[in-house]
Design a protein around this ligand. Structure first.
Ligand code: ADP
Length: 690
């Protein structure tokens, strides 16, 4: 029989009688079968429908596919019963076989699926266990909610709920206190906003609306003022975020959550702090001005004092008289050192000291320090030497001028406190630690342990009875420590009383492969005790200063070097003389101009000269050692500056450089270049101590 025949035969009922005709059915018995089968079929069809609806609706039902299989299995069983009823009229016995086959397949598929999920199902918690777990979870959450509430209360954080549509607001107890509004009940947005300072209402509402319509869960924060019923003003900060779950239109459910903190105290403290800072700034400013003034006031007479001592020295031959003049110079230099130290310290403490890290030639710097200090050793029974490890970096990133200042101070101290034995300046390169150590070792009086702790604090000089005979201000080490730290290093000391001390400056270096390492060879650096060559001058100089003694000293030095010098007492007179000289066709080669003068000061005079088109090089004389003052000189149009007191050699050398220039255009170009450098935050070209 072919497959087609088989299928066709399935629906062929011709050779079977209807069940009513098989045997003798009483009507009652027949209908008992029929109705029972139909009832079973009805129930077997309803159950799967209920199962499918249940499985579809309940998203969290486990083993969902089993539900569907089970539904199919019951449906198949039901249809077998339906056929049993139909057979009473239509003898579809063959077709009923096919239906039974289908039922068998679905039944076995259900059995297999049940067996497969059995191990998993065995582990599925029972209802009681689930309920227990659920109850535990609820309790845990209640506890943590309670803890959170307590924490927010202790931290002073108020909670505000804002409903969907931003129409109502609910405040917890803390927020109620913060806003001075009823708590735990929904109140209208208008009532909530009525507490806000009128100037802040719009921003607060805009922020609330922006959060409520935002898709993201970004937190927005807004500061606003609130006025309590008693008139008290509070500063509040509200951070808000959309609630993690809310369904659109669910009134009574918060859509936006707001955490509120009261920052009134902080604002008050910040206000006080700002006021205190403004006062401190003003005091700092006043201190800076005072220091600049004092520096000017001390340096100006010092200029006269030192200049006259130089002139005296040139005239005196008697050793006793020369000694007197030399003592005046020495004391003058000492006073200048002191002023420079005080200025440095106040700059550091005001945060206005700048260091510039640039390639610093270490061997040259060490040789220079040795050379400068060598003069002092001549009169002492001390052996002063410079040594190093086999090689040291040829260059380190540092501020040469400031590092030199530190080393001069350390070596100066070592020589001051050592009467016999040696002082050794030593550079040691440590490739493992990536640093160079510059050590100053002496065999001097040493430092007692009690002093070591305060050694680097300003004005501390240790035991006065021990150090008084040696003099000093107690500022050098404080300045050195701060400078070294600004250079990225640190300074340490080891000392044994009566045996000696070693001060170590440690500075970081780049890795060895980026360094050029060289041995420290005896330097050809000119020793400080070699006579200074003063160049001879040829040209006309205008010297402007309101102080007669300064004019006298300056004129003396310049004329002695061969220049022709005219003097003026103030800026106005200087302008007249420059114009006169131009008319007479005898222009000045260089103008040396004091900056602080009555009638017309140096800045105004220089600006006016430049505005008139005068390109003559101008050297500013400034008694202020502050960087800004020197920047001001260059900005006014000066080419260079010299600090007071005037050192004869420095003045003559600088004037000579400007007299030797090839053209006024070249001078102007250099001047403009320096000004541009200054504008771009150029170097701190603080004038070295005289
Ligand atoms: P000054 O030397 O001008 O008093 P410093 O700050 O340089 O100021 O030094 C502070 C103090 O540290 C000195 O007064 C001295 O007591 C002590 N001191 C510094 N260097 C040495 C040294 N090499 N040997 C002994 N004592 C020293």
């Amino acid at each position: 029989m072919s497959v087609l025949d088989f299928l066709y035969k399935l629906f062929d009922t011709s050779d079977f009688p209807a069940r009513w005709n098989c045997g003798h059915w009483t009507t009652g018995h027949g209908w008992l079968h029929i109705l029972s089968d139909i009832a079973v079929w009805g129930a077997y069809t309803s159950i799967p429908v209920a199962l499918v609806v249940f499985a579809k609706r309940r998203r969290d039902v486990p083993f969902k596919r089993i539900y569907l299989l089970f539904a199919a299995f019951i449906l198949a069983c039901g249809s077998v019963h339906l056929v049993e009823a139909i057979i009473f009229w239509q003898p579809i016995y063959r077709f009923s076989g096919l239906l039974k086959l289908l039922t068998a397949i679905v039944s076995w598929a259900t059995v297999i699926a049940l067996v497969r999920i059995a191990p998993q199902a065995m582990e599925w918690p029972g209802l009681k266990t689930s309920n227990d777990a659920l109850r535990d979870e609820v309790e845990r959450r209640e506890r943590s909610e309670e803890r959170l509430r307590l924490a927010t209360q202790l931290a002073g954080v108020g909670a505000v709920d804002i409903d969907y549509g931003c129409e109502s607001v609910r405040l917890d107890r803390m927020a109620g206190e913060q806003y001075d509004l009823p708590t735990n009940d929904w109140i209208s947005m208008d009532q909530f906003l009525s507490r806000c300072h009128p100037a802040d209402r719009e921003t607060l509402l805009a922020t609330i609306q922006s959060v409520s319509t935002s898709e993201s869960r970004e937190v927005l924060s807004v500061d606003h003022r609130v006025i309590h019923t008693d008139g008290g003003l509070r500063w509040l900060n509200a951070s808000m975020q959309p609630a993690s779950t809310h369904s659109e239109g669910d009134r009574g459910d918060a859509q936006t959550l707001v955490a509120v903190i009261d920052k009134t105290e902080r604002m008050r403290r910040e206000e006080l702090l700002a006021k205190a800072k403004a006062e401190a700034d003003a005091a700092n400013q006043a201190r800076g001005e005072f220091l600049a003034n004092m520096s000017h006031e001390i340096r100006t007479p010092m200029a006269a004092l030192m200049g006259h001592a130089d002139i005296l020295l040139a005239h005196l031959t008697d050793p006793d008289n020369r000694q007197c003049a030399l003592t005046i110079k020495r004391s003058g230099n000492h006073l200048l050192d002191l002023i420079n130290d005080i200025l440095d310290l106040s700059r550091i403490e005001a945060g206005r000291m700048e260091v510039i890290r640039e390639p610093c030639n270490l061997p040259l710097l060490l040789a220079e320090v040795e050379s400068l200090m060598h003069v002092r050793v001549r009169n002492q029974r001390v052996d002063f030497r410079l040594t190093s490890s086999s090689v040291i970096p040829a260059f380190i990133e540092s501020d040469t001028k400031r590092l030199k200042q530190v080393l001069l101070n350390l070596v100066g101290n070592a020589l001051k406190f050592t009467e016999k034995g040696y002082v050794e300046l030593r550079a040691v390169y440590d490739p493992h630690k990536g640093c160079v150590r510059i050590e100053v070792e002496d065999t001097g009086i040493g430092i007692p342990p009690s002093t070591l702790k305060t050694l680097f604090q300003p004005f501390h000089q240790g035991d006065a009875s021990r150090t008084r005979p040696y003099g000093g201000s107690g500022l050098g080490l404080a300045i050195s420590k701060r400078l070294v730290e600004m250079l990225g290093g640190h300074i340490d000391v080891q000392s044994v009383e009566g045996v000696g001390s070693t001060f170590t400056v440690t500075l970081p270096t780049p890795s060895a492969d980026q360094l050029q390492l060289v041995p420290l060879t005896p330097s050809a650096y000119p020793r400080d005790d070699q006579p200074i060559e003063i160049p001879s001058l040829e040209g006309r100089i205008l010297l402007v200063d309101d102080r007669r003694d300064i004019r006298y000293v300056g004129q003396h030095f310049l004329e002695e070097a061969g220049a022709e010098v005219e003097t003026a007492e103030n800026g106005k007179e200087a302008l007249r003389l420059v114009q006169q000289a131009a008319e007479d066709n005898r222009p000045y080669g260089v103008i040396v101009m004091d900056m602080q003068m009555p009638i017309m000061d140096g800045h105004t005079a220089v600006s006016e000269l430049r505005a008139m088109g005068c390109e003559i090089p101008i050297i500013a004389l400034t008694a202020d050692a502050m960087k800004e003052d020197r920047e001001r000189c260059l900005n006014s149009g000066c080419d260079d500056y010299l600090p007071k007191p005037i050192a004869a050699a420095d003045l003559v050398k600088m004037v000579a450089t400007y007299l030797e220039h090839s053209s006024l255009e070249e001078v102007r170009n250099t001047r403009e270049l320096r000004k541009a450098e200054l504008r771009n935050g150029g170097k701190d070209d603080t004038i070295p101590p005289a």
